[in-house]
Design a protein around this ligand. Sequence first.
Ligand SMILES: [Fe+2]
Ligand SMILES: [Fe+2]
Length: 348
Amino acid sequence: MKTVKLDYPVHTLDNRLLLPACKELTSESMDELIATNKDTSYRALSFLEHGTVYQDMLHILQKPPYNTVLNKTVTLTLMKKISFIHPLLKFLDYFKESDFYTYRHSLVVFAMSINLARDLLEEPEDWIMTLMAGTIHDFGKICVPLQVLKSNDPLTRAERSILEHHTLAGYVLLCYLLQDRRSFAAQAAKEHHERRDGSGYPLGISLRDRMVEIIAVCDVYDALLSPRPYRPTPYNNRTALEEITEMAQGGKLSREVVQTLVSHNRKDRPHFRECRVSTEKRGIPPADNLYGVIVEKEIKCPNCHGSCIKKKTHKEYREGVDYISYECPNCGKEFDEDDLLNIEMDKH
Ligand SMILES: [Fe+2]
Ligand SMILES: [Fe+2]
């Protein structure tokens, strides 16, 4: 496992600290953490019978484009076979209460994953693993403050960084709760924002796992089709498919998985290998899309509180790389980028 450090702490839903910021995630440190979970009372509970999951899923299955893209019988039949341990279902309860988008998104990614996995994966056990992992791929969002998840404004660099923490946080939490460092759900939580060309996060690795790729494509598709605080108008289905096709063309997402998604959008449902995907772009993305826009906010100097920190205009090189530094024009105290992130995150 490539060594990676946590930028922020990981805690459970009841606010128990599992790992502090700066902790290195190695095979040994994960095994040590898992060994601290002595809970042997986990009981598997039906996903379908949990809370209002069944009614909410029926609602999703009736709404376009999901009423045509998803096979209702297949979705509900497989849903009956799924069970989760209680702490995983609590994740759904938490988001149903506090951020309905993440709750609904988890159900959609579950349903989408199963519909694509059945076409792309040969082993039924792999379908089940994929759709279970699809449901909890954003588990780590319990470690992201709600004001960041639901922010109506473009995120600052620090907020963006803590949002991205949900991948590693999800990995740690799921390894711990499932008492298994090699669990596929934990891997999917960590890697679903990685991209084939290495342009994703948290590690910038080249994503090649077919099962995670299915979740990644379903994740992007639903995110584009949903109204978000940073984009009140969602993409329409056609434009969302064009956007995803472009991502596949650009080497970010698997072409075969995208081809399967497009085949589910065709009335005649061609086999995905025979489905011709047009690269022509006719749709217009929503004009008010602020996704990926980073704002530089004014930050008050925590030393003198008398002025806002400013970027130094002259360039410095340290150890052969550009070094960006900041200072307070009032008291002269210097800061680097890490200091700025810490100051901003202290506000959450
Ligand atoms: Fe995510
Ligand atoms: Fe997601």
